[in-house]
Design a binder for this molecule. Structure first.
Ligand code: NAD
Length: 313
């Protein structure tokens, strides 16, 4: 299959590498010139479950793709949420009427942007439990296993979603068709929304936050706001299940000792965060449905304040 990875950072590099190894015709499209130069010069380097590998995959700057001749069957979107619109604009000349577009970004509401560039029936939404870390330009660290759930947005397009599932599975990416992807997307965003922003502001790992006497009450307020917004859209989100998943993340033996990726982005790397697509969406939708969202509002504002203080880019 001819595949464009649009956004070839940590996750895009993982997917690009695994799909390329499975004999798909893959190109990477990205906007980080140092990373592009490193991959063009030395190949994409990865520590892949402890083994050092190099994969030669063509990579293009998104500002130059309009001149290339590549008619994609599938585009996998892996930008950060705030880079998505710009990326879709850049690659729009490579999309034809049959090109399927799979969005695997974290966060809520990306379909509202994608549908400005892609016919509704060609859009697939997904959620992934794979992880990946950037070690520097041209180099990623890929450890552990993961999975993908995905679903078509357009009615009657299940066969399209299943074809994509098959291609991903041939590359060992462990994909499954989901009959309720919006619910899983909300669940993941809610788990992230309850922990990521707070650990970033408080400068602590997930376990240290979870141990505090305030954690349960704060988390419950945030979860209630997500559930109210999900309910307003008839998306089912089970409170007990979400709370149980958040509590399990407090355990030092699961992921408790990790700092969430938002902490890595803002505090370690001085980059802007995806807060507007996690808690911030709940605030925007709250205004639309006249539902009060004070915890998500305050958290979103505090993260933006911290971004300004640090001059994040
Ligand atoms: P990423 O930050 O590694 O890459 C996103 C974009 O930012 C890429 O275009 C990349 O080239 C660019 N970039 C990365 N580091 C940069 C730097 N130092 N300077 C300039 N540009 C840089 O993001 P990601 O981790 O691949 O995440 C993509 C999406 O997938 C996000 O929505 C994220 O929330 C989600 N996600 C990530 C993981 C994970 O483990 N990394 C897991 C699940 C979902």
């Amino acid at each position: 299959m001819k595949i464009i990875i649009a956004g070839a950072g940590a996750m895009g590099s993982r997917f690009g590498l695994m799909l390329h190894r499975a004999d798909n015709e893959v190109i990477l499209v990205d906007g980080w010139q140092e990373h592009i130069d490193a991959i063009n010069k030395n190949g994409l380097k990865a520590n892949f479950n402890g083994e050092e590998v190099v994969e030669r995959i063509p990579i293009y700057n998104q500002n130059e793709v309009s001149t290339i001749d590549f008619s994609a069957d599938l585009v996998i979107l892996f930008t950060k949420a705030m880079q998505l619109d710009n990326m879709l604009q850049s690659i729009s000349s490579l999309l034809h009427e049959e090109t399927k577009v799979l969005c695997l970004l974290n966060g809520i509401g990306h379909e509202d942007i994608i549908k400005n560039y892609v016919p509704y029936n060609n859009i697939l939404l997904g959620n992934t439990m794979w992880t990946s870390d950037m070690e520097g330009p041209g180099k990623v660290k890929l450890f552990g296993d993961g999975s993908i759930d995905l679903q078509n947005l357009g009615a009657g397009q299940e066969n399209v979603a299943n074809e994509v599932v098959e291609v991903l599975n041939q590359a060992g990416l462990n994909a499954n068709y989901s009959s309720n992807i919006l619910s899983s997307i909300y669940k993941k965003a809610c788990v992230n929304g309850a922990v990521n922003g707070l650990c970033t502001l408080l400068g602590c790992n997930i376990a240290d936050f979870g141990k505090t006497t305030y954690a349960d009450a704060i988390v419950e307020q945030i979860v209630d706001e997500f559930i109210a917004i999900a309910d307003a859209q008839e998306i089912s989100l089970n409170k007990d299940e979400v709370l149980a998943q958040i509590k399990s993340s407090f355990n030092p033996e699961t992921i408790g000792l990790h700092y969430p990726s938002m902490h890595q982005d803002l505090i370690v790397n001085n980059r802007l965060t995806e807060i507007d697509y996690i808690n911030g969406v709940i605030v925007r939708k709250g205004k639309q449905y006249q539902i009060s969202t004070p915890y998500c509002t305050f958290l979103t504002e505090l993260i933006h304040t911290k971004e300004e203080i640090l001059g994040a880019k």
